[in-house]
Design a protein around this ligand. Structure first.
Ligand SMILES: *Cc1c(COP(=O)(O)O)cnc(C)c1O
Length: 458
């Protein structure tokens, strides 16, 4: 598969160092075989996440110098608002400091004890804020999302029939919000089709339930619609994004993804005046005054430029092309990956690759540790280690998949870096039977994967 060359050149460089194999083995052992404990300076290529890890452009850095740090009514805010109006077409925009802040401010307005919220798949922090509001989160992913081999084009879609069944079961008046995550992060960055958005919006409208986009990767999703869905090949990414947002009543966005900034988030409300008023009232105590929302003026300016740059088709072709290139290279060499690959990451099917390691010895984690030892590459496990234990019984839960996720930061790594990643995994694959599983020696009660310590077991 051809690599789509970068539609930019590099002006500012950040040196990388690679430790010797002995040193890498020592560091990861000292850190209890947990990659979150590792200092970033000991990492050569960091594919832990694509969130807030991208490179800003010269236009964004220049825009930062124009930041207006006025507490109220800053020009930076007005510029961001104008950009948002142009792209999304909504009446109201609220900057916040990141995606989960948007969730914290917005979701309790629609959700409370006894309510339900339905999504194609909730991202973890979104699910957490649904539950913190007292409501129950229900995922309705299409069955194709579970099939890691068939090249179905829109594995991120909502299962419309299940959505209707959930509404019938709990009663429309008890469903506080339908949340459509684009792209569907937890399903591997898989896209949602325009038809599916339209169908979901029709169900929401019929039952008078607000439809909320969780829009962190709106531009990548628009690019998939353009390249995969009938009738969109000749539309611009901007037109497609505009149509996507037209079906929802509000959106929440972590701008650390397609906003192309290192920190930031947004809430958008299409027209509902009461909802707008309530967001304004809640944001002041939680995030800050309406015209800055927890961000510096310069951050608002960088975001205004980032939102525009993310819609450039050359950029998106290269961006989505990187994940496809890495995925294809691995597949050709017999490393099992989720197929087709999504927009922001390649998911290696470690459960399948390391079939000698059972789920409770964490094959996805075993592969992530080995990749660090092999080549100084950091990534993370998405599987039983992350899922944790049943809170009632303390039993280790078994995840549907045991993935090792290679998330690709935006505009950061080159083809040669991706080749290094592929070669390291191909080397490991050739001696996969020698890899040990891992046992937890120390773990906190919640979100253990961030701080737990482990040791290898054979
Ligand atoms: C990253 C992300 C969030 C949370 O955003 P933060 O900026 O990390 O707080 C919410 N939803 C989706 C789909 C995301 O990818």
């Amino acid at each position: 598969m051809e690599y789509i060359a970068e539609p930019f050149k590099i002006k500012s460089v950040e040196p990388l160092k690679i430790l010797s194999r002995e040193e890498r083995e020592r560091r990861i052992r000292e850190e209890g075989y947990n990659l979150f404990n590792l200092r970033a300076e000991y990492v050569y290529i960091d594919l832990m996440t694509d969130s807030g890890t991208g490179a800003m452009s010269q236009r964004q850095w220049a825009a930062m110098m124009t930041g207006d740090e006025a507490y109220a009514g800053a020009q930076s805010y007005l510029r961001l608002r104008e950009t948002c109006r142009n792209i999304f077409g909504y009446a109201f925009f609220q900057p916040v400091h990141q995606g989960r802040a948007a969730e914290k401010v917005f979701l309790p307005i629609l959700l409370s004890e006894g309510k339900f919220s339905v999504s194609n798949t909730f991202f973890d922090t979104t699910r957490a804020h649904v539950e913190l509001a007292g409501a129950e989160a229900i995922d309705c992913a299409v069955p194709e999302a579970m099939d890691t081999e068939t090249p179905y084009p829109f594995k991120g879609n909502m299962d419309i029939e299940r959505l209707k069944a959930v509404i019938a079961e709990h009663g429309a008046q008890n469903i506080g919000a339908i949340v459509m995550t684009v792209t569907n992060n937890s399903a591997g960055g898989q896209p949602v089709s325009m038809q599916n958005l339209r169908d979901t919006a029709a169900v929401a409208k019929k039952h008078n339930i607000p439809l909320v986009l969780d829009a962190a990767r709106y531009a990548e999703n628009a690019y998939f619609i353009k390249t995969r869905e009938d009738g969109y090949a000749d539309k611009s990414i901007r037109e497609i994004a505009r149509e996507m947002f037209s079906y929802a009543d509000a959106f929440l966005m972590s701008a650390k993804k397609d906003g192309l900034v290192n920190m930031g988030g947004l809430i958008g409300v299409k027209e509902d005046a009461l909802l707008i008023q309530t967001v304004k009232e809640r944001v002041i105590p939680l995030e800050g005054f309406i015209t800055y929302g927890g961000l510096a003026g310069r951050d608002l300016d960088a975001l205004a430029v980032g939102l525009e740059e993310a819609l450039e088709e050359d950029y998106l072709r290269y961006r989505v092309g990187q994940a496809q290139y890495l995925g294809e290279k691995l597949r050709e060499a017999g490393v099992p990956v989720q197929y087709p690959v999504g927009g922001h990451a390649v998911f290696v099917d470690a459960g399948n690759m390391l079939s000698h390691i059972p789920y409770d010895r964490f094959p996805g984690h075993a592969l992530a540790v080995e990749l660090y030892k092999e080549a100084g590459i950091r990534c993370c496990e998405i599987g039983s280690f992350m899922l944790g234990r049943d809170p009632k019984t303390g039993q280790q839960l078994k995840s549907m998949f045991e993935f090792t996720r290679l998330a690709i930061p935006r505009r950061v790594y080159t083809q040669a870096h991706l080749d290094q990643v592929a070669n390291a995994l191909i080397n490991i694959n050739a001696r996969k039977h020698t890899l040990p599983g891992y046992r937890i020696t120390d773990e906190p009660p919640v979100l253990r994967h961030f701080t737990a310590r482990l040791e290898p077991v054979r």
